[in-house]
Design a protein around this ligand. Structure first.
Ligand code: NI
Length: 200
């Protein structure tokens, strides 16, 4: 059930390089694709989705509009990358204090066969209660992965078990649901919170 250390290091490196690529792409997009009124056109990352939250209720991207949103993908059986990200986002929320009510964070499963709403809810109980988790049927998950340019692949482990290799980028979306940039959590929660406050 655990991915080897070196695989994880490779994944983190790959995620970083992908993040860098996305960042440069976003920069290009922001500087080269403004309309006459200065409003950026629809972003190439993100878009509509139909998923189920940890309480078993249907949710769409509309739920999150009006507040900046951190979106990231993973799975509850993840040995270290996902719990670390959820912990770091929880730390940012803790530092934001009351302002955390003015932002959203959404953890989307890339392993919907195992990640039922109930298991997502159970998993979230270890983290900040303001985080949202979402799962869905295979088609809905594939659609949202495609919208966010997320890579995810099942990797067999011992027996009938498997783990998931997946993109570990945290996407920052603005109040209008437009992609801003990959959000850097590899800094103090105070610095990350100050950065996030700019989008309130
Ligand atoms: Ni993970």
């Amino acid at each position: 059930m655990t991915t080897s250390r070196s695989t994880h290091i490779m994944l983190v490196l790959a995620a970083f390089l992908t993040g860098l690529g996305l960042f440069l792409g976003a920069l290009w997009y922001a500087t080269g694709n403004f309309g006459n009124n200065g409003v950026a056109k629809a972003s190439a990352v993100g878009g509509p989705f139909k998923l189920i939250n940890q309480n078993g209720q249907p949710i769409t991207e509309k739920e999150f509009q009006g507040k900046p949103l951190l979106v990231f993908f993973g799975f509850t059986h993840c040995p270290d990358v996902c719990p670390t990200t959820l912990f770091e986002v929880s730390e940012v929320f803790r530092v934001l204090g009351k302002d955390a009510d003015r932002v959203n964070a959404l953890f989307i499963s890339v392993d919907p066969e195992r990640d039922t709403p109930a298991s997502m809810k159970d998993y979230l109980s270890s983290f900040d209660p303001r985080l949202t988790a979402a799962t869905g049927d295979r088609a809905a998950i594939e659609a949202v992965q495609k919208a966010y340019r997320v890579y995810a692949k099942k990797v067999p482990t011992k027996g009938d078990d498997y783990t998931m290799d997946h993109t570990a980028i945290v996407y920052l979306m603005d109040k209008q649901g437009r992609f801003v940039a990959p959000f850097n959590l590899k800094r103090s929660p105070e610095e990350a919170a100050a950065d996030l406050r700019k989008f309130l």
